[in-house]
Ligand binder design. Structure first.
Ligand code: AVJ
Length: 320
């Protein structure tokens, strides 16, 4: 459905918007309405995510930070210095920046769909590290992963922290790892954070916090959709819900209609009954063996993994 639109439009930013609008309309018109979680990240969404990482309930960021801090020596040994660090979903670039003293990458390539937020963060980092090559890319890497030819092909390390890979279905995650494998030489590797399967109550609390920051993060998606699609969602009509789906081993976030709501946009409309939902995120949880197997199947056979003492989270480095 996106193909004819990309041919008609000329400016690349306009094209990106039009493609997003087509994707959003498709999801909103599906029997079980959905919006991809990548639309959580406009400038405000990126800031809300940054804030929710500080919540006591949201353990992944802090646990991953601690794992990386504790095992920085091993990570340096695995990766070495002077690599090309490609940061997928870089956001504020803080996680990668913490690796810089040990890894001293020659090139740093942060990529994020939240373009303005990324450019701001990358510019600040460039001031701190004036001699590092930094190429910030404001793009959606979930569909395809093509890097400009100016990015060195040798010693690429794809950094995908925070368990963001959990947003993909297991089949999509497997495909995404294959795509990364295809985007690097035989000396390429990945450094990935994964959230491990744990107590459902703890997972639930992490995605439905007492302050309501996650609720604001989820609801803000409707504003981003309004901007991109030209729709007229009224945020007040909707509420945040999140729960652990045991069968799929994933946390799901939805937006639920508080009352009957009709949403209109150029060329479309949808009526939602009270209580009906828009599925906005899956956050899949893994076991270390199942994830290591997925990596091996994608061509990353040599894996090292580090975890915290509670076994809540893991950081995996895997070479081709
Ligand atoms: C950034 C995708 C890893 O799934 O835990 C945080 C996003 N959603 N709270 C996650 C998120 C709700 C987060 N990722």
């Amino acid at each position: 459905t996106q193909e004819p639109i990309t041919r008609i439009e000329s400016g690349s930013i306009v094209t990106a918007h039009t493609a997003a609008a087509a994707e959003l309309a498709h999801g909103l018109l599906a029997d079980a309405a959905f919006v991809s979680p990548k639309y959580l990240y406009d400038t405000l969404g990126s800031k809300l995510f940054e804030a929710l990482c500080l919540l006591p309930e949201y353990y992944p960021t802090r646990t991953e930070d601690a794992i990386i801090g504790t095992h920085m020596g091993d990570i340096r040994e695995a990766i070495g210095t002077g690599a090309t660090l490609i940061d997928l979903g870089a956001g504020n670039c803080a996680k990668a920046a913490r690796l810089f003293p040990a890894l001293a990458p020659r090139h740093y390539v942060p990529i994020d769909i939240s373009k303005e937020f990324l450019v701001h963060a990358a510019a600040q980092l460039q001031r701190r590290y004036p001699q590092m090559h930094i190429t910030a890319l404001g793009l959606d890497f979930s569909q395809e992963l093509v890097l400009p030819s100016s990015i060195p092909a040798e010693r690429r390390v794809f950094f995908y922290p925070g368990s963001s890979i959990g947003n993909f279905s297991r089949a999509q995650a497997s495909m995404f790892l294959r795509r990364i494998r295809a985007a690097c030489d035989d000396d390429g590797s990945v450094l990935i954070g994964i959230d491990l399967i744990k107590d459902a109550a703890m997972l639930q609390a992490a995605y439905d916090d007492a302050l309501g920051l996650t609720a604001a993060f989820n609801l803000n998606l409707l504003r981003n959709v309004n901007r991109l699609l030209g729709s007229d969602f009224d945020v007040a009509d909707w509420m945040h819900t999140a729960y652990f789906n045991q069968r799929e081993q994933r946390v799901e976030m939805h937006l639920q209609a508080r009352r009957p709501a009709v949403v209109r946009w150029p060329g479309g409309r949808r009526a939602f009954d009270e209580g009906s939902r828009i599925h906005t995120e899956n956050s899949h949880k893994y076991t270390l063996p199942s994830f290591t197997r997925m990596l091996a199947e994608a061509g990353f056979e040599h894996a090292s993994a580090w975890t915290d003492e509670n076994g809540w989270f893991a950081v995996v480095h895997a070479r081709a």
